[in-house]
Design a binder for this molecule. Structure first.
Ligand SMILES: NC(=O)c1ccc[n+]([C@@H]2O[C@H](COP(=O)([O-])OP(=O)(O)OC[C@H]3O[C@@H](n4cnc5c(N)ncnc54)[C@H](OP(=O)(O)O)[C@@H]3O)[C@@H](O)[C@H]2O)c1
Length: 237
């Protein structure tokens, strides 16, 4: 028997902003599919949310794995027969782990490629696998960053910045291509948030960071597409 709640998939749902987004979408009545590249961490996170009374299941998804993406699509087809919301949240900031300078002229090209594999090609691959399950009113949210904003581009961390600028471009390309299908595609900057990635000195709480992601994920069917948001407000690309 297929469930009737709207269905949301969140990538990198086992911790940080992804976990908080899973929690808040489930609190709003979604059947949430918390995906995680590590099966055990995903099951633990989903179990934690189920203990809060929420409808959350876990599925393994490494966004760099075509087999995982295809497996998730098959699982969704079987369980629900559709998908309403996709939040491409999984991301890495590899320069923080790099020794030496983080200047563009010294960054290792391999690090830039690895960053792209997760932050840019990951969302593309997951969209390719899951969009066929989305109908009119579907919503895709790409969790981006002000660090990819051309309007306010700064120096340092070129790998991360390039990956998020390209994710923003992908957002606009998909928004155009999926307009006829009635699927909205938007990018969101959560601000600087206290997660493993953001660190303890970040200005924002998890709730403040997730606010704009959840707002974009729950836009009405005729809501805007091809936009970049922070805190629910459009910002320049
Ligand atoms: N925190 C900030 O200040 C901030 C600011 C702007 C944008 N963002 C963006 O917000 C998103 C979430 O960041 P966060 O702060 O919550 O980071 P986080 O706490 O470091 O969590 C990152 C999540 O991504 C997952 N992940 C990484 N590579 C993956 C892969 N190949 N496949 C599947 N999952 C993968 C991690 O899984 P594991 O647990 O297995 O590593 C983890 O669940 C990212 O896209 C990030 O770029 C964050």
């Amino acid at each position: 028997m297929k469930k009737q709640r709207p269905v949301a998939v969140v990538t990198g749902g086992n911790r940080g902003l992804g976990l908080q987004t899973c929690r808040e979408l489930a609190q709003r009545g979604y059947a949430v599919v918390l995906t995680s590249r590590d099966a055990e961490r995903g099951m633990e996170a989903a179990s934690q949310l189920r203990d809060e009374g929420l409808d959350v299941s876990s599925v393994v998804l490494d966004v760099t794995s075509p087999a995982d993406a295809a497996g998730l699509a098959g699982w969704l087809e079987q369980q629900y027969g559709r998908l309403d919301v996709l939040v491409n949240n999984a991301g890495v900031f590899l320069e923080t782990a790099q020794e030496g300078s983080d200047a563009a002229l010294e960054v290792r090209p391999e690090l830039v490629l690895s960053t792209f594999a997760t932050n840019t090609l990951g969302p593309l691959r997951v969209c390719q696998a899951l969009v066929p399950l989305m109908g009119a009113g579907g919503t895709i949210v790409n969790v981006s960053s002000g660090m990819g904003q051309l309007d306010d581009m700064q120096g340092r961390y070129a790998g991360y910045r390039l990956s998020k600028a390209a994710l923003n471009a992908l957002t606009r390309v998909l928004a155009v291509e999926l307009a006829d299908r009635g699927v909205k595609v938007n990018a969101v900057c959560p601000g600087w948030v206290r997660t493993d990635m953001g660190g303890p000195k970040a200005a924002r709480s998890l709730e403040q960071g997730a606010f704009g992601i959840v707002a974009a994920a729950t836009l009405p069917p005729d809501g805007p597409s091809g936009c970049f948001f922070r805190d629910g407000e459009p910002i320049p690309w």
